[in-house]
Ligand binder design. Sequence first.
Ligand code: AHR
Length: 504
Amino acid sequence: MAEHHRARIEFDPRFTVADVPERLFGSFAEHLGRCIYTGIYEPDHPTADADGLRGDVLDLVRELGPTMIRYPGGNFVSGYRWEDGIGPKAERPKRLDLAWQTTETNRFGLGEFMKFCRTTGVEPNMAVNLGTRGLQEALDLLEYANHPGGTHWSDLRRSHGDEEPYGIKLWCLGNEMDGPWQIGQLTAHEYGRLADRTARAMRMFDDSAELDLVACGSSSRAMPTFGEWEAEVLANCYESVDFISAHAYYEPVGGDLASFMASAQDMELFIDGVTATADAVGAKLKSAKKIDISFDEWNVWYQSKMADSPHEPWSTAPRQLEDRYSAMDAVVFGSLLITLLRRSDRVRAACLAQLVNVIGPIMTEPGGPAWRQTTFYPFSDASRYGRGKVLRVNADSPSFATEKYGEVDSLHSVAVAGEDGSITVFAVNRSLETPMTVEIDAGPPPGTGEVTCSTLHDADPDARNTLEHPDRVTPEENTKVAVEDGKISVELPAMSWNTIRILP
Ligand code: AHR
């Protein structure tokens, strides 16, 4: 008989970890490759609306369910003049984008982004340029965006057709300023000072508790300055910011699939490290305040393959970073989502990087169709059902050996209690080959006691959705669910993402 694992999950709806923050299901749209142009924005597309937004993409974004979008970068923002993207399109300048070696037409800018946010019902998360620019330009942008009227910048916005202020609450103070690839890279001390000065000036415009400011943390846990960077930056701006950012991308290295399946271990260590560092700075400052994490870039990204598809330097909206995700990638991706939920006591905002075409869950062809990548499904499941309170879960499963993280549990899971009385368990079987039966002890069965399970799995871990076969990999109803005497058991295939719903 083939090997089969047995695992157990137990929780009690009375014991919670945190409420799931609305901002946990954010995404990210950068002026990079075809994320904006021919992704979100394509005025000539047959489905485009009057604002040039692709209707087919808008529908898929609504189905995906992001709650917030970070914009306009990314590395792009560190060379961006936000004024280039406002006002009559014919007058907007073309510029070189040094970050991605392309030409930016500025046909899409802040006003168009706000239309996109309103149409899809997402919160804007705006980044300011602290690479080539600084405090004054950040204040000008804030005034243009959020002041009602009667001043230079706010009246300019009104003259551009947006009478009402945008009311943007969440702002990133630069992007990855620790990275040598960043235009205008700074030392931790330089950046910490700049972030503090910028944040304090922004709060002179808006001193409400609703203005949330994110300082740049490390670009990854592998950065040589990881830890020191956070400590020095926060020592300089602890009282003026609300969040410190974290960015992480994963891919298999040297064919080590076991470690890849366990990528969430790295994300957990990252969260632990940033939390401990931020709390240590707070303790030293004798501050009552806690700094939360904005995990504002996370995904699977095959960075090692970037050089395989070079683009024509200084071309406009070339194909860049257009990773095609496999069934296996979607399972790792789901596991990252589970970690974000499990740690939502301190991760109070997060952005899947990115939204369309560029390492995105949605793909498009210019003038052609749009479709869902495999990673679309774990995100839409989590955004739809992962709302409410994260429960304290005890889980027990066989482990597997990994080169990077040692022994790792095969089962990775989290439970979320919804306001409607439902409980959703997101579970990943990280084993490469072995299916698993999970017993779930959720206490007395709530409501009807009816349980459903949807499973994303493919016998071919490398299966992908493509233009020709857009629905090759989709979640399916898992019929191997049983409920007996209030005990639930579900069979999870090897390498699978599962959404188990205990209905009210
Ligand atoms: O998401 C792609 C890039 O990754 C972003 O521009 C940058 O912030 C990160 O390095």
